[in-house]
Design a protein around this ligand. Structure first.
Ligand SMILES: [Zn+2]
Length: 360
């Protein structure tokens, strides 16, 4: 196996910032971003206000948290300026169009005038239908056409593109994508995320999902506020926070107990993709690390920026569960004892590098 990818460690510890921020509270989270990256946020806001736009490609292994990082950035800079474009979501939304006669006709018309490639429109629809069952995915040309359509619908904004390029064939397309969508002189960059496989594995194995609203949490890493105890099975469980779900029990998803071995091929492909992007000349890169070696944590980050491990205590007399936490230490891909950073700390690194990359 090739040498593990090793991005620089980013210092989020900031002189004069001594408060402790509760990341589960959106207001405290914004205060945290202001405290740690306020200067860069202000400069970026000026860039957006002056109609500046860019295109960023988020590349990482599956389950690295790309969607979470993107959502936080959109929350900071407003969806009026910055949009998270998930190729997975776009392709899923096409399902609905294909099954609706009128929408299908519109899509067909669009593809006939905008899609250039080796397939007939019927072939594209067949790929859409078979993509899960037969493990097929859309060609790069189809993804390009769908992305182009989405961008023209949204108007001139900045985009965080998640899910393209998806494989090595698509990397070259991404290099010319901004020209294709009329962002000719706008900056574009790759945001590459390095995450230990042990973190992905633990996230998958401990994932639980609300059967009603699909809220996804983790008993070990991201509990809900209310935790229950099943006295018969002698196990703790999370209760959904969504008021409509009335404390519904979050359940494991089938196959998740196998962890990363279930998605080994995909992880290897994703790693190759990050590696390839890293080798590109001429395109700026933002390098993001999910983990930090234990022996460097004190100097580089604050304690509350580290992912804790949650555990629980059941009091049979009071019939009450107490949620407790302790530091979570994992091995990174090189076998070094490390902490995993919580998403906002990675986002601070993202904001600062983005400001520098865009030269704002
Ligand atoms: Zn729910």
């Amino acid at each position: 196996m090739a040498k593990t990818i090793d991005f620089p460690i980013f210092k989020t510890k900031t002189p004069g910032v001594t408060g402790k921020y509760d990341f589960s509270d959106p207001v405290a989270r914004q205060a945290y971003f202001e405290a740690k990256a306020g200067n860069e946020i202000e400069r970026l806001k000026k860039f957006f206000a002056a109609k500046g736009t860019f295109i960023a490609y988020l590349l990482a292994k599956k389950a690295a948290g790309k969607g979470t990082y993107a959502r936080m950035l959109v929350e900071i800079f407003s969806p009026d300026y910055l949009v998270h474009l998930s190729v997975g979501d776009i392709v899923r939304s096409v399902d609905e169009e294909v099954s609706d006669q009128e929408k299908r006709a519109d899509l067909e018309k669009f593809l006939k005038s905008h899609y250039r490639g080796y397939q007939s429109v019927e072939g594209v629809f067949a790929d859409q239908k078979n993509r899960d069952t037969k493990g097929l995915s859309h060609s790069a040309e189809t993804i390009l056409a769908l992305l182009e359509r989405e961008i023209s619908r949204l108007g001139k904004k900045s985009f965080l593109i998640d899910g393209f390029p998806r494989n090595l064939d698509q990397v070259s397309y991404s290099l010319f994508f901004r020209q294709l969508v009329g962002y000719r002189d706008d900056p574009d960059f790759f945001a590459l995320i390095q995450i230990p496989e042990s973190v992905i594995d633990a996230r998958m194995k401990n994932r639980v999902v609300c059967p009603r609203c699909q809220l996804s949490r983790s008993l070990m890493l991201l509990p809900t506020k209310e935790v229950g105890y099943d006295e018969e099975a002698k196990e703790f469980f999370l209760k959904c926070e969504n008021p409509d779900c009335r404390g519904e029990r979050l359940m494991p998803k089938e196959g998740d107990n196998l962890g990363i071995e279930n998605i080994r091929d995909r992880l290897d492909r994703d790693e190759e993709l990050v590696r390839r992007a890293l080798d590109l000349y001429g395109v700026p890169k933002v390098l993001l690390r999910n983990a930090i070696p234990v022996d460097q944590a004190r100097e580089m980050v604050d304690d509350y920026e580290l992912t804790p491990e949650y555990y629980y205590h059941w009091d049979p007399k009071l019939k009450k569960v107490t949620t407790l936490e302790k530091p979570w230490i994992i091995k990174d891909d090189a076998g070094i004892d490390s902490y995993s950073l919580l998403a906002p700390a990675v986002v601070v690194s993202f904001i600062k590098q983005m400001a520098e990359t865009l030269g704002v």
